[in-house]
Design a protein around this ligand. Structure first.
Ligand SMILES: Cc1cc2nc3c(=O)[nH]c(=O)nc-3n(C[C@H](O)[C@H](O)[C@H](O)COP(=O)(O)O)c2cc1C
Length: 274
């Protein structure tokens, strides 16, 4: 079965499908010609769906993407640039959470939205491990502290050792600076053969964080945990990620206890205009 079908009765030969294809896999030598897939299309198509998604006449269909699975964009439903900018500037890393759990349905919705983040070669390699039980999040915090205790004698410098000692000391006094008492943890991992695993995972988490904020939820990167999860076997065993996967990031998730009144100042963008 052909991966790309051009429906000539609907095609206006506008050339958009050929122009947007990342691999130039649709040929249209002139505006008089109908577009047609090149012979290597099957081999090189990354299944991004752009050719079908841009066609104003639905004159091109992809075997892998039934139209029913590709909704028409309601342009009136898109937020204004000011709204998006405000959302991005007002999002904060949340470190104080309510005990109230986030329903599984909402966690699933966050992940289902974040899967639309860009990925290298559209591989969509990100695997999600959703730690939904607060007790399990605490267990992972404890395993992370255990790892940091082990790392303390190997700390690269005194500043790092000091940070480790403070975090361990807080934990021993009942203060969780690893998971911040968040009820949930969303972990992302990738298989090893991917070109940009860290970028794919971090971008997916950035999407998730922004959407979570728009839903009134709070997130925060779990950096200590992420570092521990790459090497500390008890955490790797606990996570039981798919075989060969490596963790490239994790965010805590929950209902924020406090809101923010202002947008904090950030460094000016460091730009070299060339
Ligand atoms: C890769 C990464 C790791 C982070 N690790 C932690 C962490 O372990 N604990 C924490 O409280 N915040 C962590 N953060 C959150 C940053 O401290 C936070 O983004 C920064 O202070 C700016 O605050 P904002 O996100 O509210 O703008 C991390 C952020 C990133 C991107």
């Amino acid at each position: 079965m052909a991966i790309i079908t051009i429906h000539r009765e609907k095609c206006t030969r506008c050339g958009m499908c050929a122009a947007v294809c990342p691999g130039r896999l649709i040929a249209q030598p002139s505006k008089k010609d109908f577009p047609a897939p090149v012979p290597e299309a099957e081999e090189f198509c990354i299944d991004c769906g752009h050719c079908q998604a841009c066609c104003p006449r639905d004159a091109l269909s992809l075997a892998s993407m039934p139209w029913a699975d590709c909704p028409i964009i309601d342009a009136d439903g898109l937020p204004s640039p000011d709204s998006v900018r405000l959302l991005m500037q007002a999002r904060r890393s949340i470190r104080v959470y309510k005990k109230k759990p986030v329903p599984k349905r909402i966690i699933a919705e966050l992940i289902d939205t974040a899967r639309f983040a860009p990925t290298g070669s559209n591989k969509q390699p990100v695997h999600w491990t959703a730690i939904s039980r607060p007790d399990d999040v605490q267990k992972l915090a404890a395993l992370t502290v255990e790892f940091i205790r082990e790392m303390l004698p190997l700390a690269a410098d005194e500043a790092t050792a000091k940070r480790f000692r403070r975090l361990i000391g807080a934990w021993d006094r009942g203060i969780d600076r690893v998971m911040r008492g968040a009820p949930h943890l969303i972990v992302v991992s990738c298989p090893p053969e991917i070109s940009f695993p860290a970028a794919d995972c971090a971008t997916a988490l950035a999407y998730l964080e922004l959407f979570a904020f728009s839903r009134g939820l709070g997130t925060c990167w779990a950096g200590y945990f992420t570092a521990a999860a790459t090497v500390h076997q008890p955490i790797i065993d606990f996570l039981a990620m798919p075989s060969g996967h490596q963790c490239h990031g994790a965010v805590m998730l929950g209902h924020p206890k406090f809101g923010y009144r202002r947008i904090p100042k950030r460094k000016e963008a460091a730009i070299d205009w060339r």
